[in-house]
Write a protein that binds this ligand. Structure first.
Ligand code: 2PG
Length: 248
């Protein structure tokens, strides 16, 4: 049976992640640590001879910066990098720009975790006149106004992302290209949920660490031949635990 390689990677740490702020669709940039994260991820992929033929990223700078740094490390700056808003982080609504710890303290741990990790509960929506709203951002000017989210649950992310995975990214995978997808904590949770057929309840416990390559071998139907695995499972598990506890 022919299998195809898909590599999923969350961008390196952003400047806001380091300050414990919710990012969402806000165009935060990589921190110094995030740049180092991207270099390490590239080196690890090089060590394992996992070299992308094509890269898909979101429209957000932290993912694009990660792609650029990583491609330089693996000496593949010439590969196509395709951007899509469908790979963007989940829109965190009115929580964008707020401190995780303060949100947890103000609304309580249960609500905080419901907003952060539940499948179908979205945070309160952002106002269009808020400085963190994407409605006036030129990169989304081609989208109908009602397609631009004001908040999203993981379910909403899955709905906008899975068709793009199946119809666009999937085409390259089926053509035998090694595909690297560089996205975000929650857009990758939605993708992993879809690929691994994870239950709505169980996805609550899945956390994706920054810049840890997660490898899938897929068949022609884009179904996993075996479950996804991290190239450095121990470090990935520790880093996922840190993500899970952010804000506690
Ligand atoms: O801030 C965000 O948008 C995400 C990380 O990118 O946060 P969390 O992991 O808490 O969902």
């Amino acid at each position: 049976m022919v299998t195809h390689t898909l590599i999923l990677l969350r961008h390196g740490a952003s400047d806001w992640t380091c300050k414990n702020l919710f990012n969402g669709w806000v165009d935060t940039k990589l921190s110094d640590k995030g740049r180092e994260d991207a270099i390490k991820a590239g080196k690890l992929m090089l060590e394992h001879n996992l070299l992308p033929d094509v890269v898909y990223t979101s429209c957000l700078s932290r993912a694009i910066q990660t792609a650029n740094i990583l491609l330089e490390v693996v000496d593949r700056l010439s590969v196509n990098v395709r951007h899509s808003w469908r790979l963007n982080e989940r829109h965190y609504g009115a929580l964008q720009g707020q401190n995780r710890k303060e949100v947890a303290q103000e609304y309580g741990q249960e609500k905080y975790m419901l907003w952060r990790r539940s499948y179908d509960v979205a945070p309160p929506p952002i106002d269009d006149d808020c400085e963190f709203s994407p409605v006036h951002d030129a990169r989304y000017s081609g989208l109908p106004n009602d397609t631009i989210p004001r908040t999203e649950s993981l379910k909403d992310v899955e709905a906008r992302l899975v068709p793009y995975f199946n119809d666009v990214i999937g085409k390259d995978i089926k053509h035998g290209k090694v595909v690297l997808v560089i996205a975000h904590s929650n857009s990758l949770r939605a993708l992993v949920k879809h690929i691994d057929s994870i239950d709505d309840q169980d996805i609550v416990d899945v956390n994706i660490p920054n810049a840890m390559p997660l490898i899938y071998e897929l068949n022609d139907d884009l179904r996993p031949v075996k479950s996804g695995y991290y190239l450095d499972p121990e470090t990935a598990a520790e880093a996922a635990e840190v993500v899970a506890n952010q804000g506690n």
